[in-house]
Ligand binder design. Structure first.
Ligand code: AMP
Ligand code: MG
Length: 352
């Protein structure tokens, strides 16, 4: 299949290109497009065959449900069997934006889209290109991240091209995304709302709006054997660069010291090692490859750069990657959840 690649500037949208992408989506094709979180791989979420194409293009396990994207509350009502006052309050506070809510589904939503579940995940993105495309398609758009399953999510069109060229109908290049991490997922389908995946909308922000919010333990990256995460996708290895990655946890000083030791050991074994570090620690390492994710003073920048840095290691031919941790900021829940998965739970606790 030839993949058409079109550039769309969010400030001067090419209406003809939007119309064409909307038509492809409506008629069952696949279009990758930018959102404010990461690039999504879109299909008509009410069409079983179209949704099935997403799983095939990504190599995604069929029990890992898709998020439906809408543009306004009127579009939510036909999809969600029940919308609680707390869900209404969250929508009012955070939509359009990087939050996904889980509802009991209506019969309109096919089980192919929900991975066989009786609940449905819905998000209202704020990115102007995403909104224009959903409106042009005239249907809810199922859109997981536009990466091959298991790889880091795409934050630039170049990442989508790496993974999806030749596998989908169209890629809309809207430049680099803003946030760079996937949405916060909160289950509002029953009882006390529960966060299934941490994201840019933090627990503190959610609690300010609806009071008590619990956390699905599996989302914290400390999944005990036998614990089933409520978001099926959270059980898979994810966000991973090709080389084996190890995460070093502890104070900044202790982890720098432990990574320096690991680098020396890797060099002695003839291994090419890479380091994920910060502006603050960059000069502390002598390593074949060093990638800086930003300053510890700017966690939003760390979130924004993370996937690009993880992907960039694939072009460096490293044998192993050592990463610092980011446990000391408001986005640490979201950032560490991704890093723990990228490292396949390979974690070294560093002592002072
Ligand atoms: P992605 O779109 O690739 O970022 O992944 C979507 C995430 O949403 C996965 O972790 C899914 O397991 C989760 N998800 C989607 N629908 C549901 C649902 N109905 N219940 C729980 N989790 C869901
Ligand atoms: Mg994903």
């Amino acid at each position: 299949m030839r993949t058409k690649i079109v550039k769309i500037d969010e400030f001067h949208m090419d209406q003809e290109a939007i119309r064409e992408a909307g038509e492809i989506l409506r008629s069952g094709g696949l279009v990758a497009f930018p959102t404010e979180t990461v690039y999504g791989l879109g299909a008509n979420g009410l069409n079983e065959e179209a949704a099935a194409k997403i799983y095939a293009a990504k190599g995604r396990p069929s029990d890992n449900p898709l998020i439906l994207h809408i543009t306004c509350m009127e579009e939510l009502r036909p999809l969600a069997a029940e919308i609680s006052p707390r869900a209404e309050a969250l929508a009012e506070a955070f939509w359009p934006g990087p939050m996904t809510m889980i509802f009991k589904k209506t019969d309109l939503v096919p089980h192919t889209t929900t991975g066989g579940l009786d609940t449905v995940a819905v998000r209202m993105p704020s990115h102007p290109v995403a909104r224009a495309l959903i409106r042009a398609a005239g249907v809810p758009i199922a859109a997981p991240s536009a990466n091959t399953s298991g790889r880091p999510s795409p934050t630039k069109a170049a990442h989508v091209i790496e993974d999806m060229d030749g596998r989908i109908d169209m890629i809309v290049d809207g430049g680099e995304v803003g946030i760079g991490l996937e949405s916060t997922i909160i289950d509002v389908s029953e009882g006390t709302p529960s966060v299934l995946r941490p994201g840019y909308i933090t627990m503190e922000k959610l609690r300010k709006v609806i009071g008590t919010v619990t956390v699905d333990q599996a989302s914290l990256g400390q999944m005990a054997p036998g614990v089933r995460p409520k978001a099926p996708g959270m059980k898979y290895r994810h966000y991973a660069p090709r080389a084996e990655m190890t995460l070093f946890r502890g104070s900044e000083k202790a982890s720098v010291r432990a990574i320096r030791k690991a680098l020396a050991e890797a060099a002695a074994e003839g291994k090419k090692a890479g380091v994920i570090c910060t502006e603050e620690s960059f000069d502390c390492y002598e390593a074949p490859v060093k990638k800086c994710v930003g300053s510890r003073k700017d966690p939003e920048m760390i979130a924004h750069n993370l996937y690009d840095v993880l992907r960039a290691f694939d072009g460096e031919g490293v044998d192993c990657i050592f990463s610092e941790s980011f446990d000391d900021n408001p986005l640490s829940g979201a950032i560490m959840n991704r890093l723990v998965k990228a490292a396949g739970h390979r974690i070294v606790e560093c002592q002072e």
